[in-house]
Design a protein around this ligand. Structure first.
Ligand code: MLT
Length: 428
């Protein structure tokens, strides 16, 4: 028998169907709640609200499980490449060798950006945060490809926008950095793979030979895989809600970049490094800072611990911690903040305060350390997250479109004044 839920409002009972996910999760389908009962649900921060059904990413926060299209994040991070994972997320299956070479070839064909984009870039002062520059350049594509504004775009047209998005993202990201440091931009070198191409555009200086370190490129590829999707997080929900108004893929993703920028979302990895630096400058007494984190009256917050949906280890954090160890030893980098991070983690994992509150390290805790070892400057950390998250945003935008989902339009419970007569200026 189909499962149902009963809601009783002022003694009257209403029945709603329960929708079951492929992993046994349950959602009460309240699609006609308002119509039937006159009431809406209230759920600040959407903590208990399923905004959609999705076949892209499965996450079990209690067990610490993350899978893209059914494949475990551990296996994908170990065996796959970022472009394979991007293909998997967007099109639903791992690519065959032919599909992968077609896809990466198409991406290579579109890595150049229109020269006029440089004029837009030139308008930004070097004090501009690269995330703001990135979202602006990304949205500017609507001007260069106005056909992308057509809400009824053909399948081929959508594919072209997807390929352009993936192809130009590393170019925009590297150029946002060049703007910050005041250097001339580099053009994409299509003899290189996705991550190496980005690294060269970011770090090469004019008239100097630049070889991409394969250890750095491989570590970056893994990091991008780990960030590629995370179901209905804040930036992805933003992409979906903007996309639901039939805004173009470029404007929807640009909105996602802005949502990711905040320190409570993608900006957290930058905050972790700043915190570790502060602890180091203070002498590195980890116990002191753990106590500060536990003190209700102290404004200090342990960044990179705890997660809205993981009540267990964030599986990405385990992989990143190991990758950070490997990369630092391969590159011969001795970073004292890694030691501080490991000590913080060790103490916090034994401390009842953190255990009771299920505060485990999340993906941001170690990612800053590894980005720094790769030579990425701190305010580019969130940009790296955005490059990684791009396939997820694309996949979710495409799914929303294919499922013909309605425009996102939440309701509210009004708490303001009741109707009152207007008071003229002379009487106020
Ligand atoms: C993410 O990867 O988007 C973050 O962990 C945040 C989230 O899932 O809420």
């Amino acid at each position: 028998m189909a499962k149902t839920a009963e809601i009783i409002i002022e003694g009257k009972s209403y029945t709603f169907p329960i929708v079951e996910g492929s992993e046994g999760e349950m959602g009460i389908d309240i699609g006609n709640l308002l119509e039937q009962t006159g009431a809406v649900t209230l759920d600040f921060g959407y903590k208990n609200t399923g905004a959609t059904t999705s076949a892209i990413t499965f996450l079990d926060g209690d067990k610490g499980i993350l899978r893209y299209r059914g494949y475990s994040i551990e296996e994908l991070a170990e065996k796959s490449t970022f472009l394979e994972v991007a293909y998997l997320l967007i099109f639903g299956e791992l690519p065959t060798p032919g599909q992968l070479s077609g896809f990466s070839g198409d991406i290579k064909n579109h890595t150049m950006v229109h020269e006029d984009i440089k004029k837009i870039l030139d308008g930004f002062p070097s004090s501009a945060h690269p995330m703001g520059v990135l979202s602006s350049l990304f949205c500017a594509q609507t001007a260069f490809y106005p056909e992308s504004l057509d809400p009824n775009r053909s399948k081929e047209g959508v594919y072209l926008s997807i390929v352009r998005s993936l192809a130009k993202m590393p170019t925009f990201a590297a150029w946002a950095y060049k703007n910050e440091v005041g250097h001339p931009v580099n053009y994409p070198d299509n003899s290189l793979n996705y991550c190496s191409r980005f690294l060269k555009m970011m770090f090469a200086l004019p008239a100097e030979h630049y070889d991409v370190d394969p250890v750095v490129a491989a570590a970056l590829d893994k990091l991008l895989i780990l960030h590629a999707d995370h179901e209905q997080n804040c930036s992805t929900s933003t992409v979906r809600i903007v996309g639901s108004s039939k805004a173009s893929i470029y404007s929807s993703i640009s909105a996602g970049i802005n949502a990711l920028w905040g320190p409570l979302h993608g900006g957290a990895n930058q905050e972790v490094i700043l915190m570790l630096e502060e602890i180091k400058k203070d002498g590195g007494n980890v116990d002191k800072w753990i106590n500060k984190a536990k003190d209700k009256n102290d404004p200090f917050r342990l960044m990179g611990f705890g997660h809205r949906v993981y009540k267990n280890f964030d599986p990405r954090a385990r992989i990143i911690k190991k990758a950070a160890d490997d990369v630092l030893s391969k590159l011969g980098v001795n970073d004292p903040t890694l030691e501080i991070a490991m000590k913080l983690e060790e103490i916090a994992l034994k401390d009842p305060y953190f255990i009771e509150r299920k505060l485990y390290p999340n993906v941001d805790f170690y990612s800053g350390i590894i980005y720094r070892a790769l030579g990425i400057p701190v305010d580019m950390f969130t940009v790296m997250f955005a490059i990684g998250r791009l396939p997820g945003w694309i996949a979710q935008w495409k799914e929303l479109r294919e499922n013909k989902e309605p425009i996102g339009r939440p309701r509210q419970i009004y708490t303001g004044s009741n109707q009152r007569p207007y008071v003229g200026l002379d009487k106020r």
